[in-house]
Design a protein around this ligand. Structure first.
Ligand SMILES: [Zn+2]
Length: 111
């Protein structure tokens, strides 16, 4: 599950942006991108991307954060939180809560 979520962590564009002057159909923001050739001759670094250009797919594919294989699974985090709720509070919940969640949240008619 963690690896699955990690696969969707993509980099979002943020300044500075790098692109080839006069051929700026694609712009980059990751310095580790293999097609970002800044500071090679003809490449520039700016705080705004060139108008009408597209984001580099390789830059997008890079994760904002490195995947942490030691992070607890979300279901374990939620189970720990659920255990912090006193048993008497769980007993105050209506027995048909899951069947009529919209009724209890929004007042729609019961199922
Ligand atoms: Zn790139």
């Amino acid at each position: 599950m963690n690896a699955f979520i990690g696969d969707f962590m993509m980099s979002r564009p943020s300044a500075p942006y790098y692109y080839k002057e006069n051929r700026s159909d694609v712009y980059h923001w990751e310095t580790s991108c293999s097609t970002n050739q800044y500071p090679a001759p003809g490449w520039i670094k700016r705080n705004t991307p060139p108008a009408g250009s597209e984001q580099c797919n390789e830059c997008k594919a890079k994760g904002d954060l490195p995947f942490d294989a030691t992070a607890p699974a979300i279901e374990d985090v939620l189970a720990d939180l659920a255990h912090e709720i006193p048993e008497e509070d769980w007993k105050r919940l209506p027995p048909d809560l899951t069947d009529n969640l919209d009724h209890y949240l929004y007042g729609t008619p019961k199922q």
